[in-house]
Design a protein around this ligand. Structure first.
Ligand SMILES: [Zn+2]
Length: 118
């Protein structure tokens, strides 16, 4: 049986950090809390065409950053869920226990080393 205490605190820590980063580039979709949407930077009063182009670039950047953050956030949240439901540390392919060093490298891992790229 895996001792999940350390993994849980590491996951909770990462989740809080990701939440903060997500909130700096996006907001939660009001109709789907698992989904995040990017927010454009505040539009200034005197927005000339140059500013507008800059704004669109910012928005696209945020979309890419947000997507990566969202994927990781959902992985981390799912791992915490698995700890709560006592299914943590089990390979989703083979159902065998995930190696400790793999969990140490990534506490949100869902597969053992054999099924790393599955
Ligand atoms: Zn496996």
């Amino acid at each position: 049986m895996i001792d999940t205490t350390t993994y849980r605190s590491r996951l909770e820590e990462e989740k809080a950090k990701l939440e903060k980063e997500l909130l700096s580039v996006g907001r939660r979709n009001p109709t789907n809390p698992m989904d995040w949407e990017p927010v454009p930077q505040e539009v200034g009063q005197e927005s000339d065409p140059t500013d507008r182009a800059d704004l669109i670039t910012h928005f696209e950047d945020n979309t890419a950053i947000l997507k990566d953050l969202e994927i990781r956030y959902n992985q981390v949240a799912a791992a915490i869920d698995r700890i709560d439901t006592n299914t943590y540390g089990v390979c989703s392919i083979s159902g065998e226990e995930i190696e400790e060093d793999r969990l140490n490298a990534d506490p949100a891992a869902t597969t053992c080393k054999t099924h790393l790229n599955a």
